[in-house]
Design a protein around this ligand. Structure first.
Ligand SMILES: [Zn+2]
Length: 303
């Protein structure tokens, strides 16, 4: 099951309460389903809970349902629901304020969406019929897709009024508005009524952020270890050359002690090495001595 179908499943478990919201949700479905024309209403979905909810919404609003339901008996795959009866189509057009046989360019009839509750229900219907959301473990993307140009424009305005700022694009003959920010997608899912999915998304984000932070830390630690090892290698080379050139004692107590310490603990970091000295040295004190050793080795080489 995809995240999208889980979200739709959760939305379909929302109780149908007020009449006004039931009509608004059905209206969202009509404007975002596959076909809503004077000849046909056609809704294609893989979500069985949604197919059942759509049928129930028609039953409640009109006391009748779809004329045909293909694929509903199968456990998976697409379900195609159709209304073809001219009398039913007439009733739908009347109910939502359209003239049947009039202009086919649908607009959003805002008089049906004056209440906040109805707007949320309308968006839920639109999402169920024409929306999808990507698994938040991959990336963040929620979109609504309709074939009606004006509807897309007006829904974008409506979303702005509800506090959401979608991006927009065209795909084939469809108009898409989308969201790519995790917080916005979470808020929208919550508004539509999918609280659990919004929570799941929040958790996925926390996990992802944590994984990234751990990776950054590991990379950083690895880089530091490499730096320490490289520096120690340079020091060891220098000390061995000095040993070969005449012994370490000739360098004096302080430098000799630092050189022996490095030889004894070739992989220790500067801080570790400083603590191992007797008496302990400061990091900068030891660093100074090791640098000096490298300098002298350089002078010996160039002689
Ligand atoms: Zn309402």
């Amino acid at each position: 099951m995809s995240f999208s179908s889980d979200v739709k499943g959760e939305l379909c478990r929302q109780p149908m309460q007020k009449k006004c919201c039931q009509a608004a949700e059905l209206y969202g479905i009509l404007l975002y389903c596959n076909t809503f024309s004077k000849d046909e209403v056609r809704l294609v979905t893989e979500s069985r809970p949604f197919a059942q909810r759509a049928e129930k919404l028609f039953q409640r609003a009109f006391s009748w349902g779809f004329d045909r339901a293909d694929g509903l008996e199968a456990d998976s795959g697409k379900v195609t629901l159709r209304i073809l009866d001219p009398a039913k189509l007439e009733a739908i057009f009347d109910r939502f304020g359209y003239e049947r046989g009039g202009v086919l360019a649908h607009h959003v009839n805002l008089s049906l969406l004056e209440q906040d509750c109805c707007r949320a229900a309308f968006m839920r219907g639109a999402f169920l019929a024409g929306g999808s959301v990507t698994d938040p473990r991959k990336h963040y993307h929620l979109e609504l897709c309709t074939s009606h140009y004006n509807v897309s424009n007006e829904v974008v305005s409506l979303l702005y009024e509800m506090g959401f700022a979608p991006g927009r694009s065209r795909r084939g003959g469809s108009y898409v508005c989308y969201f790519k920010q995790s917080e916005t997608v979470e808020d929208l899912l919550t508004t539509l009524g999918a609280r659990l999915s919004a929570m799941e998304m929040m958790n996925a984000k926390v996990e992802k952020d944590m994984r990234n932070a751990v990776n950054r830390k590991v990379n950083c630690d690895t880089a530091n270890v490499e730096k320490t090892v490289n520096a120690a290698q340079v020091q060891l080379d220098a000390i061995r050359r000095l040993e070969a050139a005449g012994g370490l004692e000739a360098l004096g107590d302080k430098l000799c002690q630092a050189a022996r310490l490095r030889l004894e603990y070739p992989e220790a970091s500067l801080a570790e090495l400083a603590a191992l000295a007797t008496p302990p040295l400061t990091k900068s004190g030891l660093s100074h001595r090791l640098r000096k050793l490298c300098e002298i080795a350089g002078e010996v080489d160039s002689r």
